[in-house]
Design a protein around this ligand. Structure first.
Ligand SMILES: Cc1ncc(COP(=O)(O)O)c(C=O)c1O
Length: 401
């Protein structure tokens, strides 16, 4: 292909993209800047220099450094955070810790990530519990409609709600604060899936009070792949265990007296020998992102604000290009958005593959929750430019004819 590709933003110099690819899918797999990759390598070098010292003595305080840095970003106490490989594992871990009985109900919304829903089905089937799916009304969607749809499904048997902070394929920022609080009043706990959370939108774990929250580092914190957190509210930590039990599982007290960690931290920090270098870069990831823009990660001129504003600009540009109109209010947007493509019957995968084959664009194309047309999901990051979205709009128009 000998096309002239649109220029990305100058900040792309911090990343390691193939220059022959227009990468527009940070929302699925965030890219890792060179500064973070180098930090990870330093942690790996540290392990290889003396793995005995690392796994027996140093690992614990080094994970604490990540806990501390992340806790400050999401307003959580460091000791209530543990790390797992991804949000999917965190969801399975929570489910494996529930005492579900036949007849219990767990609510999931129809906008949840498929792997998370699958784990809910799996654990419900094993225990005789039931998964109740809430259809979030897509046409005329607003915060009240989402709230009401969920509340209408709560019964005396409801034990847990799974809800995304920002839904995956549909990119909706749901009103989780209200929902968590209302359910808590009714004795129902929430598992908040903030896979698009840290570094994506502001998060306040303490104020929101969900029983369990997970979020990915490898999306909007640009950490290496295989980095996610699980926050468990303090009152639920006793007896809460990882999916994989390690050496000291049956006699934890002497071991945790040595590492001076809670059983919760101790068990999750070492789940068998594993590459923990990604988890150890969380503090480095936050530091590195803070250095990339004058407003840092969270300031008014920082990365999060920049991504949101580029998302809104690109969304408007694409609505104009396709002649379609917004389906959800701007108040329900993070730095991700979906735009209807007026091509009834066109399969999302076919369009995605053609955009890559014919235009070198990596982007997410998803089915619309209503109708048979596809939607394009954008998720701009600081290395993207508005010219790239202009190019995307032209490319989609040329594909749909
Ligand atoms: C809302 C949501 N939840 C969970 C996941 C799964 O994340 P992971 O692959 O890290 O388990 C995703 C991935 O895109 C997501 O968007």
């Amino acid at each position: 292909m000998t096309k002239t590709l649109p220029r990305p933003s100058s900040l792309i110099e911090h990343f390691r993209f193939d220059p022959k690819v227009v990468y527009l899918n940070h929302g699925s797999f965030g890219a890792c800047p060179t500064g973070i990759i180098e930090a990870q390598q330093r942690h790996r070098d540290r392990v290889e220099a003396d793995a005995m010292q690392f796994y027996i003595y140093d690992l614990w305080r080094m994970v604490d450094r990540s806990r501390q840095a992340l806790g400050e970003l999401i307003n959580a106490q460091a000791e209530d955070i543990v790390f797992v490989n991804n949000a999917t594992t965190a969801v399975a871990t929570v489910l494996s810790n529930l005492d579900l009985a036949p007849g219990d109900e767990m609510i999931v919304t129809d906008l949840e990530y498929p792997a998370c829903k699958n784990n809910f089905e799996h654990f419900a089937n094993r225990s005789g519990a039931k998964v109740v799916v809430v259809d979030i009304p897509w046409v005329g969607l607003n915060e009240d409609a989402a709230f009401d749809a969920i509340m209408a499904k709560v019964t005396s048997k409801t034990k847990l709600l799974l809800i995304s902070l920002i839904s995956s394929a549909t990119a909706v920022r749901l009103p989780v604060e209200r929902i968590i609080a209302k359910l808590k009043d009714q004795g129902v706990e929430t598992l908040l899936d903030a896979a698009h959370g840290p570094g994506c939108v502001p998060i306040d774990i303490t104020a929101w009070g969900a029983a369990y929250t997970t979020g990915n580092g490898h999306k909007w914190l640009c950490s290496p792949k295989g980095v996610a957190f699980l926050h468990v509210r303090k009152d639920l930590q006793a007896g809460f265990r990882p999916l994989v039990l390690s050496n000291h599982a049956m006699d934890i007290e002497p071991a945790r007296a040595r590492t001076k960690r809670s059983a919760f931290n101790h068990e999750f920090d070492y789940m068998g020998t594993d590459d923990r270098s990604g988890v150890l870069t969380i503090a480095d990831s936050i530091e590195c992102l803070d250095s990339l823009m004058p407003g840092g990660l969270t300031g008014p001129d920082g990365i999060m604000a920049h991504n949101l504003s580029l998302c809104i600009e690109a969304r408007n540009l694409l609505f104009d290009a396709f002649g379609t109109t917004p389906t959800i209010p701007e108040s329900m947007l993070g730095p991700l958005a979906v735009i209807d493509i007026p091509a009834p019957g066109l399969h999302p995968r076919e369009l995605r593959e053609n955009l890559f084959k014919n235009h070198a664009i990596e982007i997410m194309i998803v089915p619309s929750p209503v109708g048979t047309h596809p939607m394009v999901r954008i998720s701009p990051y600081i290395y993207n430019s508005i010219e790239q979205y202009q190019y995307l709009g032209d490319a989609i128009r040329s594909e749909i004819g």
